[in-house]
Design a binder for this molecule. Structure first.
Ligand SMILES: NC(=O)c1ccc[n+]([C@@H]2O[C@H](COP(=O)([O-])OP(=O)(O)OC[C@H]3O[C@@H](n4cnc5c(N)ncnc54)[C@H](OP(=O)(O)O)[C@@H]3O)[C@@H](O)[C@H]2O)c1
Length: 378
């Protein structure tokens, strides 16, 4: 912890209950980049901002037992270029489980999980664009979202249109942005393309089914149950398939047959390890294999020479490198709002869980029984 951060933590706010003081000290790693704001003079804050908040953090990686719900976490301060959002709804994303379990390394401990939310701007740091004023309704993709208040970069925070409520915004933003960037940039989908989507009834999956239909592509949706496949169909998939987990060759054969023997122009595969080989085998000559998730585990040890068999393009993209600049983020977010407002795309919400029920929510998404989006309510 830097001396600036230490003094910020010792500031008047520390004349509070010992448990809170301890929590603050332990939070130093979480908030060291937030405390000791260098441009305090420019900070604008809601008068009603409390000193502590509810949130969920982890001190080590592991199963759901490492998730700790707390009620005495210091409300973070914002630094230059950031706003503090009072979360109304927090989005659960599968990536949260990768940080918790250790598939992705933790930036520091303790660490507050969560990558997105929607609510109102409660404090504004220096050099923040004019559209992000105190009280503005916003949605964001960032970090530290499993909490009442989250400091987020203005770069990845957008104003929510009046016609879209906070629940819908939190449910849509990150997964819909992912789907939009995949079909626009990872493999620019053309009208009439056959496209294979795995985990098609999940959060990102249902977005992909709807967007692919909207742009005139023909979707083959794979999911693990008849109920999920039915939902994918209702959301725009033309054909649905089982993974045939005991016979992956059957899966590949069936997908290729659906396309008249040619194979698909692109695969959007988020299951990872378990489906990578059978999905890759369905791609046609010069098509794209887009592997964008690890729900069953990461894909490792791939021999590049395999691509030469059909000159397949292999990508492992992340949303944040497509929606990287503020302009890119705003542009793609505007597209998402338009799909919801004008094209009437459905924002499927599985359930809203109280923040304190984070373990139940996490177990649910990992159980493969959910469809659509899971939200937390602080
Ligand atoms: N690259 C990026 O920038 C980016 C951004 C957002 C999301 N993603 C990825 O997209 C995927 C979907 O994310 P999401 O938040 O929308 O989650 P989700 O799809 O709602 O939930 C995960 C789904 O993965 C499938 N799955 C297959 N094998 C699984 C296993 N062994 N354990 C658990 N689930 C398994 C399940 O569907 P079935 O039972 O039908 O197989 C499950 O419902 C994740 O892999 C995530 O990491 C990537």
């Amino acid at each position: 912890m830097t001396s600036i951060a230490r003094s910020a933590l010792r500031a008047p706010r520390l004349s509070v209950a010992p448990s809170i003081a301890i929590a603050r000290t332990r939070l130093s790693a979480v908030t060291s980049h937030l405390s000791g704001h260098p441009n305090r003079g420019f900070l604008r804050t809601m008068a009603s901002l409390p000193k502590t908040m509810k949130g969920v953090w982890i001190e080590k990686t592991g199963g759901t037992e490492v998730l700790q719900y707390k009620e005495d976490i210091p409300v973070p301060e914002v630094k230059e270029g950031q706003v503090l959002v009072k979360n109304e709804f927090i989005g659960i994303n599968y990536i949260d489980t990768y940080f918790r379990s250790g598939v992705y390394p933790l930036p520091h401990t303790p660490y507050i999980l969560g990558r997105e939310g929607a609510g109102t701007v409660a404090a504004v740091g220096a050099n923040v664009p004019d559209d992000l004023k105190l009280g503005t309704r916003v949605a964001y993709a960032g970090q530290l979202a499993y909490a009442e208040y989250t400091p987020v970069d203005a770069k990845t925070t957008v104003v929510v249109p009046d016609s879209i409520d906070a629940k819908t915004a939190a449910a849509a933003l990150l997964q819909a942005l992912t789907a939009v960037t995949l079909i626009r940039e990872a493999h620019p989908v053309q009208k009439g393309d056959w496209v294979l989507v795995t985990a098609a009834a999940g959060g990102v999956g249902l977005w992909l089914c709807q967007l692919l239909k909207a742009v005139g592509a023909r979707t083959i949706a794979a999911a693990s149950s008849a109920e999920k496949r039915e939902l994918a169909k209702k959301n725009g998939a033309e054909v649905v398939v089982d993974y045939y987990e005991e016979d992956r060759e059957k899966f590949t054969k069936e997908v290729i047959e659906i396309t008249g023997g040619e194979g698909v122009a692109a695969v959007f595969d988020s299951v990872g390890k378990a489906t990578f080989d059978s999905s890759l085998a369905t791609v046609k000559r010069k098509g794209s294999m887009v592997s964008f998730g690890n729900a069953s585990g990461p894909v490792t040890g791939f021999a590049l020479g395999r691509l030469g068999a059909k000159n397949v393009k292999l990508l492992r993209p992340t949303l944040f490198n497509y929606a990287y600049t503020r302009d890119e983020f705003q542009q793609y977010a505007a597209e998402v709002w338009k799909f919801i407002e004008k094209d009437g795309l459905n924002v499927a919400i599985h359930d809203v869980y109280p923040l304190k029920d984070v373990v139940r929510a996490t177990e649910d998404i990992e159980s493969r029984k959910t469809t659509g989006k899971l939200l937390l309510k602080p």
